[in-house]
Design a protein around this ligand. Sequence first.
Ligand SMILES: [Zn+2]
Length: 349
Amino acid sequence: MKRLALLLPLLALAAAPARADDPATNAAARFPGDGFELRAYQDAAQSIPPEIFYIPNDDSRPDTPEGGAFRSSCNAFLVIEGDRRILVDAGNGSPRGTLLAQLRADGIDPATVTDVLLTHEHRDHVGGLFRADGAPAFPNATLHLWWPTNVAGRAAFEARHAAFRLDLFADAASATNLPAGFAAEPAPGHTPQHCFYRKGGMLFVGDVFHAVDLQIPEPWFCAKWDEDPYAAFSVRLATIRRVLTNLPKNSDRVFPLSSPPLDHPPLFLCGAHIPFPGIVSKVRRPMGTAHEAPSFDTPAPGTPVPPDPDAPAPDKDGVRIEVRRRTPPDRAAPAPHAESTDGAKEPAP
Ligand SMILES: [Zn+2]
């Protein structure tokens, strides 16, 4: 029954497979970083109808957007630093996903991918780990994935992915085997093991957004695929706050109306379902009326990845000074995973 409930909204997903020969979806978007490069790929085009979204314990439904469905996407990201090629999520796999073809078209031999950071275990993130013939798509990669001790199905996952080196870490906040200075952050809600990855000014946020045009102005709207909607909502709010400009000092409210502004340093939020190239860098709180929706920035390809907003920055005299630090919000430990994870999960985006 649970499976059927997951499948039904999927049938409504207005998904159009990206074509490997479509230049609009076949071009990697590149963003230069300090000593590394970020590339974004659209694994599959998709839009999501408003019926997928709801507010927990509330009858409100979103207005139907122009065109009948919200803009969305299915993205994967590649970070190249030295000889490390680090993929964040692996897309749908055959037949819907085009990531492998796009990597090859972009000059990336999949055998040279050294690591895959998985935000969670849903099919549209792990399906692309295997080729259509069942062979591993990235035969030399180590898979990294948060697997809390109270989430079932670890042995089955290990058996299905025995062809890979596995790094299943039990504590996301202290994962020690991540490559190239990446850190993990627990972000449970969409699934009990949903996990962010952070490197410098990039925060890979997995499925915290399925439709930014709805969920940034009204983050309380959850997708039917959010397993714990309250936790998903809490993580979404905290994530938006990390890129909120005009944020009033000492305010616990999300979009307050008056106070001295305080800009957060820029941060790339890289999301699997943010419209391609999948990045939001700033959210602007409206300064006027409460009825005005916040707006957000999508960096154009070629925009430099911002520096680590928490890193010490040199002052005018070249002396390094400490800038304000943001600590991730407290998040409750994930609830025990009620659903068996034996077997592949349904392809819930
Ligand atoms: Zn997804």
